[in-house]
Design a protein around this ligand. Sequence first.
Ligand code: ADP
Ligand code: MG
Length: 327
Amino acid sequence: MSEFDLIARYFTRPAQPPGRAALGVGDDCALLRLTPGMQLAVSSDMLVEGRHFFADVDPAALGHKALAVNLSDLAACGAAPLAFTLALALPRADEAWLAPFSRGLLALADGHGCELVGGDTTQGPLNLCITVFGEVPPGQALLRSGAQAGDDVYVSGTLGDARLALQALRGSLKLPADLLAQARIRLEQPTPRVALGQALRGIASAAIDVSDGLLGDHGHLLKQSGVGARIDTSIAINLIAASTYSNWAGGIISSQKQLECVLAGGDDYELAFSAPPSAREAVQAASRQAGTPVTRIGRIEAEPGLRLVDGDGKLLAGRFASFDHFA
Ligand code: ADP
Ligand code: MG
């Protein structure tokens, strides 16, 4: 199969609804139809074998994840997806790999009306780079820099299960099969919170997506906003979906490990955001509208740095001192 056969077979389709591509794959450039007056939101993310995924990962899941991590960036900005390009280095033209990869990729794309409009294909060690394009009304993009002292801190969905799966797959943790299966979906097929991001426009004061761990990523938001925060670990610890599984309670994992996964795990692709207390109703309405739960886990403070407290508001110093470099 030649490079061009491969592109034609797996990455070229007739125009897809809602038809944002005036010209898609096949020419020197793609042409996009933009809604007049909107700002274009652009983001790229690269996935490298060995670093971001295991060589034997299910190709359909990899196709999904490659686009999901990019859509998550649009979500964090409150942008609506339009289209994307795919730059792909492949060791060989393996149809048994390409067919499911393309299927997983395009299924997520279709679910978000985000059309594959072009890319590049070359022979080499497996490497995927996607650039997504979205649109947002001028001035309404959610930024990392808008958090104010007194705002509430929220996260969407669940946190920490991806890290749990990663540790189990690496062999440093033993999980029962059903628990691993659930956690593995979070690691390999994350759900970008695209609808929530758009619903939070005009409500959230700042937002970021959690790709490298809550403390680290939320730390970026705090720094760019020039503020600090206090996080209630007694609430945060329950954000891990695995905590609701019956055998979890059987003491397989310590609460320390549980909290570590929530706070410092990565690959969650949830949104961490702030909003003033006056917007609590509006945040809940956005959550319902998007069909994505959100949990209030803390408060923005003027003093820089990130403080972890227990349910009584007492500072947790010693036990989580290892997280200090995230502050
Ligand atoms: P050029 O040489 O002008 O860069 P190419 O020959 O590399 O173009 O690609 C031919 C067409 O196929 C272009 O429209 C390009 O955007 C598209 N394309 C190449 N690789 C991919 C891919 N992996 N997914 C989608 N479109 C692709
Ligand atoms: Mg060209």
